[in-house]
Design a protein around this ligand. Structure first.
Ligand code: ASC
Length: 150
């Protein structure tokens, strides 16, 4: 490897590390709003597909539920970076910015709950899928009641 290749590789690594999801920046507030709403839309789609199985409206297919639970679990860490200062708007209540500790706590409960759902879904135990789905849905609802505009 030539020196300039090493320099380029090093630069690329530094850029990749500093531009990671935890420090995502958005050009304008609308970009952040679109980003978080998009993540929630995809999460709700997969969560809803699991919900149909849980409610007996769709047949239980282990691989399908496992795939959708993995999508929900993976996406669950993403929306929060898009609620930075100055990104008020959309369906977000001002409390997100005035009671950030509560919002963060809600977000962490949701992430833990969907990780539990994902674990159950990968194991293929429908009874624990039902249980963890209900608990996860409750964390969605709590946070919506606290922080989402009707
Ligand atoms: C969903 C969805 C939500 C949650 C919530 C659970 O499927 O889109 O926002 O479940 O309704 O109470």
């Amino acid at each position: 490897m030539k020196l300039h290749h090493i320099v380029l590789a090093t630069t690329a690594t530094v850029v990749a590390l500093t531009a990671g999801p935890a420090s995502a920046q958005f050009q304008k507030p609308e970009d952040a709003i679109k980003y978080r709403q998009s993540v929630f839309t995809v999460m709700a789609n997969s969560f809803g597909k699991i919900g149909a199985v849980v409610k007996g409206e769709a047949p239980y297919n282990k691989d399908e539920v496992a795939k959708n639970a993995a999508i929900v679990a993976t996406l669950s860490s993403l929306p929060w970076q898009a609620f930075g200062a100055g990104t008020e708007g959309g369906k977000a209540q001002p409390g997100i910015w005035t009671d950030g500790a509560k919002f963060k706590s809600n977000s962490e409960k949701m992430q833990l709950a969907v990780a539990d759902l994902n674990k159950a879904a990968q194991s293929g135990d429908l009874e624990s899928i039902k249980k963890t789905f209900g608990a996860a849905g409750q964390t969605c609802k709590t946070c919506h009641d606290d922080f989402k505009k009707k």
